[in-house]
Design a protein around this ligand. Structure first.
Ligand code: ATP
Length: 910
């Protein structure tokens, strides 16, 4: 069914009958399962996958590998069978290892994709539940609110101020107002089908209930899916830089190799042998495995982040995390627990205390310690009525059978916004019969809450009587009130009473309470307009409610950790300034000399003023989402790398503009998640700090294996280069060079990729995002260690050769063993950004295992007789091993000692 035309001009009843679904209970799970089997998952077909075979063949695509294979073929034809077979075997093993790495990297990226798959709110078996959007079937009843992506093609059953942005399908970027009513004609274009919603379009305002008409590739989006599918994989800045670096390295390696070959031939070496050595050297020296190892290190790091509840949506952000200098965090839910409890109510000028904790319904209203019931205070009754009726949350009873005694334990859970849940709990504590109240007062209309207008209202009706009930931020709502419930009567709002209400609001806020005001308006006769701007006026103020939202306990510590790591934390909240300041103090965000700025201040500030002040501002209060973008830009203009959290639709621009956009996994809207680079599975600030730590350590690890691989390559090239220049015989034969590349380079480098973070990871300032990979000592390490490894290997070779000039194979074995061993010692040096002496060598188990297995394999090719002719080795004596061990330990130890000198440290690290 690709033509939806015929759903447009029929009543919802008819649509529901066709799909055999009751809009009050939704489909039964068993029926939904049956339909899912029949029509398949609600997914757009994936783009083309690279087949594993292609991936495997790609491993041989490398030009130098092809040259090597050709050269080996020639040597095979010339009768050097063992050499040819051994070289081919190594090339194949290398390719298989590369293939395995790439498949692994690809898989982990796939897992990432699944983690950020969309979900939908669906009515099944009479209860609302969140499930993967892929499980939707035609006939499902879905709920939508602002910020949701529409999960399938749907027909609306009920809408409240619903606007949908359909540019993905129609190109029209202005949101379209939707309706549940049938249209007169069915032959209207897509953009005019006002009672239909389409997969992939976005709810920007309002709420809706709808029934699914079509899913998956049968949706309008499915029909054009092939047009928009892109298979681009995003590279991180580092990966891009490495790609460029790779080209330079290839050029340098080829040049040096050519030089080695030419000098070798000039010194009388056999041209053919020199050529083969040269090609092997080029293959070994070109770090072709680097990109795959980087991807694996990133992917493994990302998995560690997932374990710490941070879900990376955009791979480049892993690197940017390590550069973050400012975190701009929402207050509610991120810094606080989002577990609200009303503790104070102010009605008819009386301040009441509300007892009880959490969402438990035991509690009472106390006035000066004495219980106050709603029949004693009509204002309190009206306040609670508004609180309950101007409310979209639900209190759900959960009965758990506890232990063997089968004692029933009742707990209450909130379905919906915690702020509203807290109001329901307060209503219940006051003795309100929630269900009866909701049944008696029919809701006619809702003007939904939105963080820009900071209030909501509903129109309710009972027996011909109509009222508008409103709740919202006190400073906003009180403005709209012309009357006040005062001394049991409705009286005009005098300036004195207005000031009194605002002062009470301040007083509650200074107790770190989050406040709401309540107001209403009665209508007589018909309602002239349907617009909120005209209806939400001339209200009667009833009172205030203050609720606590305790800070998350662990956040204080995390903020301190960030400060030590040179990262400033800034609070951005829609809440009142006094409340924000009280909580910011408790959490240690507000520093001595730090500024607090409100949305209004921001409005009056010019860009340049903000840019100048932004350094000193710790708290932004009563801001609208639009302000967030300005804050990000002002910080960025000062050179900051900004992480910014957000959850609503209007937060998306700021999240996108931030260097690291962060969305909330639990309370965040689809739109904010899509705009983000990172999603917090638990909405918790601490997770941001954890992600930054992981981000830093991932980058460190990448630097570690780069310094390992490149220094090893410098060593390998230098051995051959120095020997050829000095007119010595060949210190290494081709197969040995390839072996070093395969066995010594790969595994230890991978193990460095999972190295545990250094202790000082969060005790140093953030990395400059423009910093080169070789900065802070890595370039120095590569050159010095590479040079020393080359020199000592040639030295050991030359000593042995001069002792036994007619036993070249022995000297070559020594050179081979020294080169391998010195890299295996050096690998421990790479673990620290200082020297080998700064970390415990046995801490990284995979590395220790990798080194042990590399040593065992080396011993194998030296002592196992059948392999000796293949690898051109002879058994070494203990004395010779002493030489090997000494020559391979020295480069790392000498360089480490020298680098430990304060002067050298200052020179390298600045
Ligand atoms: P943060 O931006 O840190 O998440 P916040 O949750 O207080 O803070 P908003 O959700 O934008 O920010 O709320 C702003 C103000 O709007 C609140 O301080 C409160 O007074 C009011 N408010 C919040 N929720 C509702 C609601 N459901 N109905 C009416 N008013 C609300």
């Amino acid at each position: 069914m690709t033509e939806h035309g015929h759903w447009v001009d029929v009543d919802t009843r008819e649509v529901l009958d066709h799909f055999a679904v009751d809009p009050a209970t939704g489909l039964r799970t068993s029926e939904a399962k049956r339909r899912l089997r029949r029509v398949g998952a609600n997914q757009l077909a994936e783009g083309q996958h690279v087949s594993p075979l292609i991936l495997l063949l790609n491993q041989f695509k490398d030009f130098m590998v092809l040259v090597l294979l050709a050269a080996t073929l020639v040597s095979g034809l010339l009768g050097e069978y063992t050499d040819a077979i051994a070289i081919i075997a190594i090339v194949v093993i290398n390719a298989v290892l590369g293939f395995v790495q790439e498949v692994k990297a690809e898989r982990s990226l796939q897992v990432l994709k699944q983690l950020s798959a969309p979900t939908a709110r669906v009515l099944r078996d009479g209860t609302w539940q969140r499930m993967p959007a892929a499980e939707l079937v035609p006939g499902d009843v879905v709920g939508l609110e602002s910020g949701d992506r529409i999960p399938a093609d749907i027909r609306f059953l009920q809408v409240e101020g619903l606007y949908v942005e359909e540019s993905a399908l129609t190109g029209e970027s202005l949101p379209v107002e939707k309706t549940a009513a049938r249209l007169k004609r069915s032959d209207v274009p897509l953009g005019d089908r006002k009672n239909m919603g389409y997969m992939g379009t976005m709810v920007v305002r309002g709420t809706a209930k709808a029934v699914v008409i079509d899913t998956g590739m049968r949706t309008e989006m499915g029909r054009i899916a092939h047009l928009i599918q892109s298979t681009e994989t995003v590279q991180t800045p580092l990966q891009r830089r490495l790609e460029q670096l790779g080209k330079v390295l290839i050029a340098v390696a080829l040049l040096l190799t050519a030089l080695v070959v030419v000098t070798g031939i000039l010194h009388g070496h056999d041209a053919y042998k020199m050529f083969l050595s040269g090609v092997s050297l080029a293959v070994a020296a070109i770090p072709e495995g680097l990109p795959a190892i980087v991807t694996i290190a990133l992917a493994l790091g990302v998995q560690r982040m997932i374990r710490r509840r941070a879900i990376v949506r955009k791979l480049p952000s892993v690197e940017t995390l390590g550069c973050a200098t400012v975190i701009c965090s929402d207050k509610t839910g991120t810094l606080t627990q989002n577990k609200m409890t009303v503790t104070r109510v102010w009605a008819d000028r009386q301040l009441l205390e509300v007892t009880g904790s959490g969402y438990e319904l035991d509690g009472a209203f106390l006035s000066n310690g004495r219980e106050m019931r709603i029949d004693q205070s009509p204002a309190l009754r009206r306040l609670l009525e508004i609180a309950v009726l101007c409310n979209n949350a639900a209190l759900v009873k959960e009965t758990e059978r506890n232990g063997r005694l089968r004692r029933k334990q009742e707990t209450w859970r909130i379905d919906g916004d915690p702020t509203e849940g807290a109001l329901l709990v307060a209503g219940a504590k006051g003795g309100m019969k929630l269900e009866r109240l909701e049944r008696d007062w029919r809701r006619v209309k809702e003007f939904p809450f939105d963080s820009s207008r900071k209030m909501m209202s509903v129109i309710v009706e009972r027996g011909g009587k109509r009222m508008l009930l409103a709740k919202g931020a006190p400073d906003v709502l009180i403005e709209k009130c012309t009357h006040i419930w005062h001394e049991g009567r409705i009286q005009p709002m005098t300036e004195r009473l207005r000031v009194e209400a605002l002062q009470m609001n301040e007083r509650l806020a200074s107790m770190a309470l989050r406040n709401l005001a309540f107001a209403f308006r009665e209508f007589h006769g018909t309602i002239a307009s349907e617009k909120e701007t005209t209806l939400e006026r001339n209200l009667v103020f009833v009172g205030l409610a203050g609720m606590i939202d305790p800070p998350r306990e662990e956040v204080r510590e995390a903020i301190l950790t960030c400060r030590k790591a040179g990262i400033k934390t800034v609070m951005i909240t829609g809440d009142h300034q006094t409340t924000a300041v009280a909580i910011a103090r408790q959490l240690g965000i507000l520093q001595a000399g730090g500024l607090t700025v409100t949305g209004r201040d921001l409005y009056n500030m010019s860009e340049s003023e903000l840019k100048e002040k932004v350094h000193h501002i710790d708290v932004y209060a009563r801001v609208s989402p639009e302000h967030k973008l300005r804050i990000v830009q002002a910080l960025q203009a000062n050179g900051h790398v900004v992480a910014m959290t957000g959850d609503g639709v209007n937060d998306a621009p700021a999240i996108k503009a931030a260097d690291i956009g962060i969305a909330m996994g639990i309370t965040g809207t689809d739109v904010s998640k899509e705009a983000s680079a990172l999603v917090l599975a638990d909405d918790n600030f601490t997770t941001i700090a954890a992600a930054i730590e992981e981000g830093r350590s991932i980058y460190d690890n990448i630097r570690k294996f780069i310094s390992y691989l490149l220094a090893s390559n410098v060593g390998e090239i230098l051995v051959m280069f120095i020997a050829m220049m000095a007119g010595m015989p060949l210190p290494l034969v081709p197969i040995q060079i390839l072996w070093v590349n395969l066995v010594t380079d790969g595994l230890p480098a991978l193990a460095l990729g999972v190295d545990p973070p250094e202790e000082n990871t969060m005790n140093r300032p953030p990395r400059n995002s423009r910093e080169s990979i070789f900065a802070r000592g890595v370039g120095w390490k590569i050159l010095t260690r590479g040079l020393l490894i080359g020199l000592f290997t040639v030295g050991a070779f030359w000593m042995t050769y001069t002792e036994t000039p007619d036993d070249l194979v022995r000297a070559q074995t020594i050179a081979f063993a020294t080169l391998v061993m010195s890299q295996l010692v050096y690998v421990f040096d790479c673990r620290s950004n200082l020297t080998v002496f700064h970390r415990h060598p046995l801490e990284n188990k995979p590395l220790v295992l990798a080194v042990i297995s590399s040593v065992m394999l080396l011993i194998g090719v030296i002592y196992y007789a059948p392999l000796q002719p293949v690898f051109h080795t002879v058994a070494l004596s203990l004395r010779e091993w002493a030489l090997v061990v000494a020559a391979s330990a020295f480069p790392t130890l000498i360089a480490g000692l020298l680098d430990s000198l304060p002067i050298a440290r200052r020179m390298v690290h600045g």
